[in-house]
Design a protein around this ligand. Sequence first.
Ligand SMILES: [Zn+2]
Length: 430
Amino acid sequence: MDLIIRRATLAPGAAPQHKHTVDIGIEAGRIVAVEPNLAASAAEEIDAAGSLVTPPFVDPHFHMDATLSYGLPRVNASGTLLEGIALWGELKPDLTQEALIERALQYCDWAVARGLLAIRSHVDVCDPRLLAVEALVEVKRRVAPYLDLQLVAFPQDGVLRSAGAFENLKRAIAMGVDVVGGIPHFERTMADGAQSVRLLCEFAAEQGLRVDMHCDESDDPMSRHIETLAAETHRLGMQGRVTGSHLTSMHSMDNYYVSKLLPLMREAGVAAIANPLINITLQGRSDSYPKRRGMTRVPEMMTAGITVAFGHDCVMDPWYSLGSGDMLEVAHMGLHVAQMTGVDGMRKCFDAVTVNAARILGLEGYGIAPGCAANLVLLDARDPVEAIRLRAARLAVVSRGKVVSRAPAARAALSLEGRPSQVDFKLHRD
Ligand SMILES: [Zn+2]
């Protein structure tokens, strides 16, 4: 074999048949064996020593055309969504393809080091030059040997509101963009918003493409485009291929209305993506106290059987000045904002940045089992909850069967009389 990872702990649920640690054998970019005491040898062996091995993190919602542009041409002084959009408008004419590619590649380096090996990125198609589209199609090609980059044609200024946007979107798809995006709540009227959903879903159905719309990213409880998105998904037979991103208006909706909406979404097989870091900072901005959190109804949707994932959305761009590609940080924030502090809830937050996100992207061969792609992460944690709590170090990241990143464990050396010489921030009760 090419690589064996010995004494790995798998996430509960991922492999219920394995009560103890297992060895993972990898050959020609595939997992070929998952069993205790694997009787084989390999060119390279890694001892996990009981630490958690998980399939890679997946970010289902990102903006790679804007990432790492923090401070260009100036910073977002208020930190609001509207100043962010204005700032992006100031930056767009100055974008060069080279700089955009360079920033995106740098972000992908960070992602790999964080064990984030699949990203769905929206790309703005409202600039008729389609410069960002060209750049990200090139980035997708360059990172393909180690990272799955899926692109969404995103009409940032509204597919109906912005002249020529639908034509640009179609051109972007022809250039190799994978998914149809939209932004119904940004169209001029509610009726235009609903019309944009129909137009884009029909186009996607005709082309056999997936759909992922920025939908109802607002505190307005009457922003109900998710209802149209679910109805269109049902009408066009696109179950399992359509996603509503953000859905923040659901936070403020009437409970009775939501009790009808959730089964509608479930019936249509529409998935949901919350972006906890961004929702908690951008929503509720015009509230006095109490201030709404603005994140969509994550635990209620999960209970209703809807696939829910968490996205990073932004890292060091006009909307958000923080972040480093760490999906455990995203899960950590989501867990807090959704108050998912029960054991089951915490584990589901881990799923929201791994298996649920992978399902939304339609990734094939995702998982730790024979036959799966050999993409995995060795974390300095014993289980998913500890991984979230510590934002655990990625001791080793394997992509397509090759170790592509290594990092040291987080340890501190102490110099205290009568106390241990080192701490690792884990509970030891033996
Ligand atoms: Zn977004």
